[in-house]
Design a protein around this ligand. Structure first.
Ligand SMILES: *Cc1c(COP(=O)(O)O)cnc(C)c1O
Length: 396
């Protein structure tokens, strides 16, 4: 079947909750994908940073295939021989004491919210049902009803109420606003170190440090959603390393699954994750042996191939070159590592469509920003290949 027919079937039988570019991918390898007709494209979106290790990394695929021949699912009613090793690996990788495995990012965010609330009641001593969590405007943490309860994107909420109470939304990047919002009932501050979906918004230097101080002073937990920024994307294993702080809790997803499986996790201390008792929380697929084996391999690739260093070096090079592009509509090129946003004063969708025709897949975010976030295994030559096309479209 050709692309056109497949898109027609998709539109007929699938709910229209996405507006994808008109390309039907049938094959992929590393930074490249091929459509049904055999045309080759470079993937500059990486499934929103879920493909940091590239498409079908041979080491991860090999581990996945071997695990498929052993055991794939046990549920948490029984132990399996991969989960303990994954838990140890992800804790050592991140420097936290304990992990709780889930599947998707949104599930891990929900888990984090439950954990900090319970910590608030059982450890901090907040009065029952009074817990408050401070979040930032322009955030993206997923799509469940509780999570969209504190989005500031009207479309994400329209038609989906009633919503979950207990959240205070303050301006992103302004620590004073957070300080003002803290009360005796505040249990946590949850932000993204860089707002990815929000348009690659990088807070002023020192923001996370100030949040760390405020959290310490007020006995509030600092929770960072690193689902998109974590796992080497910004040039460090975690974006919080740029400010040399350690949050009380970090949420991982996306690239933790090595581009193969949905694997997410919440990492924290024994004091916080220790609040969960058997029966409090769970997931049938969370911690499954296939996902656990894949996630171990995904973390090993990040370490062995020094993906954080690569992202840092190549990201700086990429941004330097993007800044040389001559187009009066470009208002800013910003980013960290290989999480890069090119902001325009005109809608970006048309540029994304033209770049697709040139063989470069990227997507607009927040209407006027083109996001460039290739797999971290990309080479400098491949970035140059992309730059040639970007220049052609943006300068043309
Ligand atoms: C993608 C994303 C999520 C949600 O992850 P899903 O796997 O799509 O549920 C949450 N937070 C951030 C920062 C993300 O980028």
């Amino acid at each position: 079947m050709n692309s056109k027919e497949l898109i027609r079937i998709n539109d007929e039988y699938g709910a229209h909750n996405y507006h994808p570019l008109p390309i039907v991918i049938a094959k992929a390898e590393r930074v490249w994908v091929w459509d049904v007709e055999g045309k080759k494209y470079m993937d500059m979106l990486s499934s929103y940073s879920a493909l940091n290790q590239g498409h079908r990394h041979p080491y991860i695929v090999d581990i996945a295939k071997k695990q498929l021949d052993k055991v794939t699912l046990t549920s948490r009613a029984f132990h399996n021989d991969q989960l303990p090793l994954f838990l140890k690996k992800v804790c050592e990788f991140s420097g936290f004491d304990m992990a709780l495995p889930m599947n998707t990012g949104a599930e891990a965010v929900e888990t984090a919210l439950k954990a900090v609330r319970k910590w608030g009641y059982k450890v901090k001593g907040v009065e029952n049902d009074k817990a408050e969590i401070i979040v930032a405007a322009n955030n993206f943490h997923g799509r469940t009803i509780t999570i969209i309860s504190f989005t500031t994107e009207e479309q994400y909420k329209d038609g989906f109420g009633p919503f979950t109470p207990g959240f205070k939304i303050v301006k992103y990047g302004d620590a004073e606003e957070i300080e003002k919002a803290i009360t005796k009932n505040t249990v946590a501050i949850m932000v993204e170190p860089i707002q990815g979906e929000g348009g690659i918004i990088i807070p002023e230097e020192g923001y996370l440090k100030k949040l760390r101080e405020l959290a310490d002073k007020n006995r509030v937990l600092l929770v960072l959603d690193e689902i998109q920024t974590g796992l080497a994307r910004t040039g460090k294993n975690f974006a919080f390393e740029w400010e040399e702080i350690k949050p009380d809790m970090v949420i991982l997803g996306k690239a933790l699954g090595g581009g193969i499986m949905p694997v997410s996790a919440v990492l924290s201390s024994k004091e916080v994750l220790g609040v969960f008792n058997p029966g409090d929380h769970g997931s049938t697929f969370g911690g499954n042996p296939l996902g656990a084996a894949v996630a171990i391999a995904a973390l090993e690739v990040i370490e062995n191939e020094k993906l954080a260093e690569r992202a840092n070096e190549l990201g700086n090079y990429f941004m330097d070159q993007l800044r040389k592009i001559d187009n009066p509509h470009i208002t800013e090129v910003r980013g960290r590592g290989l999480l890069i946003g090119l902001e325009l004063d005109v809608p970006a969708r048309e540029y994304a469509e033209k770049l697709m025709e040139e063989g470069l897949l990227c997507k607009e975010t927040h209407e006027k920003v083109i996001r460039f976030a290739p797999p971290l295994v990309i080479t400098k030559e491949e970035i140059d290949w992309a730059l040639d096309r970007i220049k052609k479209i943006l300068e043309g």
